[in-house]
Write a protein that binds this ligand. Structure first.
Ligand SMILES: Nc1ncnc2c1ncn2[C@@H]1O[C@H](COP(=O)(O)OP(=O)(O)OP(=O)(O)O)[C@@H](O)[C@H]1O
Length: 237
């Protein structure tokens, strides 16, 4: 049975000055699927997340989310439609407590299905609920960022480099949690350098280089692709 895509990104371009950070990239995300977005530093992964979440508008191209072109909607409107994100460098309200941070996101979200306590439980931060966000270490701040994104009730969650700084056990727990979200029909785009983490999450990756897709398929297929090996895995000739 064919389903309608949750999001269709078509031919997106984004320049900074004369530099093409995104150069005609397209992708499709189905409801509840996990898509890995990988590639070398500077290949445009975070820029693509920024353009999908509404931090930047693209110069060209369209982004259809549940049939609506959102490419020029502001970030809060996209969030209201069910697109939310985490940041490579988390941005909690540091002078608020952990609980207050998640409460605020919950209050702001229009589709919330996960209550603040549940979101904190989900990322194993319940015992820190009364701590100021500034008291958390950097990996805990990443988990708080994830809890805030979850509390808004996303249909599509954009996750930017969550794995860095998490220990082996935290990674395994978070991977299981993310798979659980996907089973609840929340789609995920996971930008990540930790390929073992990506491999735990999904079979489908897009490899980017210089603002373009250079490969789409499974990570194991990507490892055998000569172009990917040359530009990303460092094993090309
Ligand atoms: N706001 C900006 N102004 C100018 N240049 C930018 C801006 N944002 C990104 N870039 C440039 O666009 C290119 C792509 O950056 P981006 O952060 O999207 O890459 P990335 O694949 O996420 O890299 P990394 O894996 O290192 O996080 C880089 O050369 C970066 O310097």
């Amino acid at each position: 049975m064919s389903r309608k895509p949750l999001m269709t990104v078509t031919n997106i371009a984004k320049k900074f000055g004369g530099f093409r950070a995104l150069d005609g990239i397209s992708l499709v995300v189905e409801p509840g699927e996990i898509l890995g977005l990988v590639g070398p530093n500077g290949s445009g992964k975070t820029t693509l997340i920024n353009v999908i979440s509404g931090l930047y508008y693209p110069d060209h191209g369209s982004i259809h989310f549940q049939g609506v072109d959102i490419a020029r909607l502001p970030m809060h409107k996209r969030s209201g439609l069910g697109i939310n994100r985490t940041f490579q460098i988390p941005k909690p309200f540091k002078s608020l407590t952990v609980q207050e941070n998640v409460n605020l996101a919950y209050h702001y979200g229009k589709n919330s299905v996960m209550a603040p306590d549940e979101a904190l439980e989900f990322v194993n931060l319940s015992q820190y609920r009364d701590h100021l966000a500034s008291e958390l270490n950097s990996s805990q701040q990443k988990l708080l960022d994830l809890a805030r994104a979850l509390a808004t009730g996303p249909k599509l969650l954009l996750i930017d480099e969550l794995a860095a700084g998490l220990n082996h056990q935290e990674l395994e727990t978070v991977a299981n949690h993310l798979k659980n979200l996907s089973q609840q029909n929340i789609a995920l785009i996971v930008v990540e350098h930790h390929l073992g983490f990506v491999n735990q999450l999904t079979e489908r990756v897009i490899v980017m280089n210089a603002g373009k897709e250079i490969f789409q398929g499974s990570l194991s297929q990507a490892a055998q692709d000569p172009t990917v090996a040359a530009v990303y895995l460092g094993t090309g000739t």
